[in-house]
Design a protein around this ligand. Structure first.
Ligand SMILES: [Ca+2]
Ligand SMILES: [Ca+2]
Length: 361
């Protein structure tokens, strides 16, 4: 009996949502829905997204409507009589193909100039990728205007007050790609940088700021200069020191974090492929990954040890984006000294110069 009642209540709730404005929401809302559908020549049952938001800052929430397929429009209607305040075209839309699909979400966004605006989140899914666009609208002198745009790869988007100033920012992610730091990585292994689209009070508009893997703003990074032979040798010495410090099993991600300032993401990816999984971390501790050279005589995944005190041959590429260093390194073994030919390749990234390859023969 009780279960039956709960089921009925659930069904009632469902119908309340489906029949949209219905009785309780009032005649003005019904008028606005009808006017919006008629203006756009939409079928009477065309699904709409709606908001109650005070777009014109007169203290009363207005009716905001959005259709979700074909040519997409955003409309703002008066709450007292359902009459149009302003209408703006959001997208061309078009017929959705089998491998192309758009999803719309409508919500409010606060902003110091317009106070309350509307954010239209458009998630686009194609056969093998997804991306997202957020279009921000506000009423300016009674007309709907596009106040900003944010774009991202994938489907994730966050609209939240990240810097606690009372106004929301839009966070999306973009692929850090097509550069020597990552160009060997597959899409599945891609690195994504965070993009925060925020209101810039000085410029009076939304600006998008990219944050790198180290959490720092790209537009505030010191410019990366050229590389010299002594600097290259110092990087190699630090890189070797780091690699030989990996003595305990650790997580996959911790290798990326530890290595990212000295090695390219390409190098780190390759290095991580070679790690062994140690289920108990050696002595009953938590499991993780460990380089073969830390537990055996297999040094194939350890870079050679360059010598800061010996001379090296160093060459920058013509475009100054790459550098190569080679060195005859004298080492002492059980049967006296011997020489190896060690090579390293560097590339310039937004984080600085990084080791992209290091090997010996
Ligand atoms: Ca209003
Ligand atoms: Ca904020």
């Amino acid at each position: 009996m009780k279960r039956w009642l709960i089921a009925m209540l659930a069904i009632t709730a469902l119908f309340t949502v489906i029949t949209e404005p219905a009785m309780a929401a009032g005649k003005a809302t019904q008028t606005a829905y009808t006017a919006f559908r008629q203006t756009l020549k939409l079928p009477a049952n065309a699904p709409l997204k709606s908001l109650n938001a005070d777009m014109n800052n007169d203290g009363v929430s207005d009716i905001v409507l959005l259709n979700t397929s074909g040519r997409v429009y955003l409309g703002v209607y008066r709450p007292d009589n359902g009459k149009l305040i302003s209408l703006a075209k959001v997208g061309e839309g078009g017929d959705e193909a089998i491998d192309y699909h758009e999803e719309y979400t409508l919500r409010t966004i606060k902003n110091p100039l317009f106070k309350i605006g509307a954010a239209v989140v458009i998630n686009v899914y194609t056969g093998n990728s997804a991306f997202v666009t957020v279009k921000l609208y506000a009423l300016k002198s009674g007309k709907l205007v596009q106040a900003g745009t944010a774009d991202g790869a994938g489907q994730n988007v966050e609209i939240a007050d990240t810097n606690k100033d009372g106004y929301q920012e839009i966070t999306t992610w973009e692929e850090y790609s097509y550069n020597p730091d990552t160009d060997n990585l597959s899409r599945a292994d891609s690195i994504y940088d965070r993009v925060v689209t925020q209101w810039d009070t000085k410029q009076g508009k939304y600006v998008s700021v990219v944050y790198g893997q180290d959490g720092k703003r790209d537009d505030q990074r010191p410019k990366v200069g050229t590389l010299t032979a002594p600097q290259a040798l110092t990087i190699l010495a630090n890189a070797y020191k780091l690699q030989t410090s990996f003595e305990k099993a650790r997580s996959d991600e911790s290798y990326t974090l530890a290595m990212a300032s000295l090695f390219t993401f390409n190098y780190i990816f390759e290095f991580k492929q070679s790690l062994l999984y140690d289920s108990d971390g050696g002595f009953g501790k938590k499991g993780g990954y460990i380089p073969a050279y830390s537990i055996s005589d297999d040094y194939s995944d350890l870079m050679p040890r360059f010598n800061l005190k010996q001379s090296a041959t160093f060459k920058l590429s013509a475009d100054k984006q790459f550098a190569a260093l080679s060195q005859k390194v004298t080492l002492s073994g059980e049967e006296g000294t011997y020489t190896i030919n060690a090579y390293a390749e560097f590339c310039k990234t937004k984080y600085g110069w990084k080791v992209n390859a290091a090997y010996a023969n």
